[in-house]
Design a protein around this ligand. Structure first.
Ligand SMILES: C[S@@+](CC[C@H](N)C(=O)[O-])C[C@H]1O[C@@H](n2cnc3c(N)ncnc32)[C@H](O)[C@@H]1O
Length: 217
């Protein structure tokens, strides 16, 4: 098949960032604080262009009920929360009080803390607490890669027809075509599972580390 895409060089990535809506002061501070306080873990944070995309998409589809798995210091949740329709709610799942303590501060500073509920604990178990019926408009998954099939199986039935699931890191730095570690193999297996799931139609977007965008049939 002819490939019409291009490889993103550092220059082109910088160009892309400088021609997208820039992060506001709160987002920029969150990115800077995460890098300063958690230098070894900051790589887990979604890319700035993903944050912009999450906010834009959430607004575009008029999300009232959203779930996030993998909150860390809060950049993706902040972006989704800011895009919610009036009265919209975001439920976040994470295992770390330490990481999410930073998220809570930024939610408050942005004035969206009243739209977000944080549930601490292993998401595979905690997701079962959600209502079983298809009530979710948007789901964003960005946690431990081995958990993706479990999160998918808990969440797909809870997404309403026409609702959207976003799954992060599905290209695994490009290694997904020839996985070299446990996480890479988990992502590759998950991508097969999602592609073969008749309950959704999907596309993998080459944004940042690869983002699956699936629409519930
Ligand atoms: C890649 S980071 C999420 C980054 C976040 N989306 C952001 O924008 O900054 C992954 C997060 O998943 C959380 N996590 C790891 N295992 C988990 C599990 N079993 N259940 C819930 N959260 C988990 C980690 O504590 C970490 O905060």
């Amino acid at each position: 098949m002819t490939y019409k895409g291009l490889s993103l060089t550092a220059d082109l990535h910088q160009y892309l960032l400088s021609h997208s809506t820039p992060p506001d002061e709160i987002t920029a501070d969150l990115i800077a604080e995460t890098r300063a306080v958690l230098p070894g873990d900051a790589v887990m944070q979604v890319a700035p262009e993903q944050a912009a995309f999450l906010r834009l998409l959430t607004g575009l589809i008029g999300v009232r009920n959203a779930v996030e798995v993998g909150t860390f210091t809060g950049l993706s949740s902040l972006s989704i929360a800011r895009g919610l329709a009036d009265g919209g709610r975001l439920t976040c799942f994470d295992i770390s009080e330490e990481f999410t303590g930073i998220a809570r501060r930024y939610w408050k500073r942005a004035g969206v803390d009243d739209r977000i509920e944080l549930r601490i604990g292993p998401a595979a178990e905690r997701l079962r607490e959600l209502p079983a019926e298809p009530h979710l408009d948007l789901v964003f998954v960005d946690a431990d890669k081995g958990g993706y099939p479990a999160y998918w199986n808990e969440l797909v039935p809870r997404v309403r027809p026409g609702g959207v699931l976003l799954i992060d890191n599905v290209l695994w730095s490009g290694e997904v075509v020839d996985p070299r570690d446990e996480n890479g193999r988990a992502i590759a297996a998950f991508n097969d599972l999602a592609r073969d799931d008749d309950r959704v139609e999907l596309v993998i977007l080459p944004i940042a580390d690869g983002l699956t965008m699936a629409r519930r049939r």
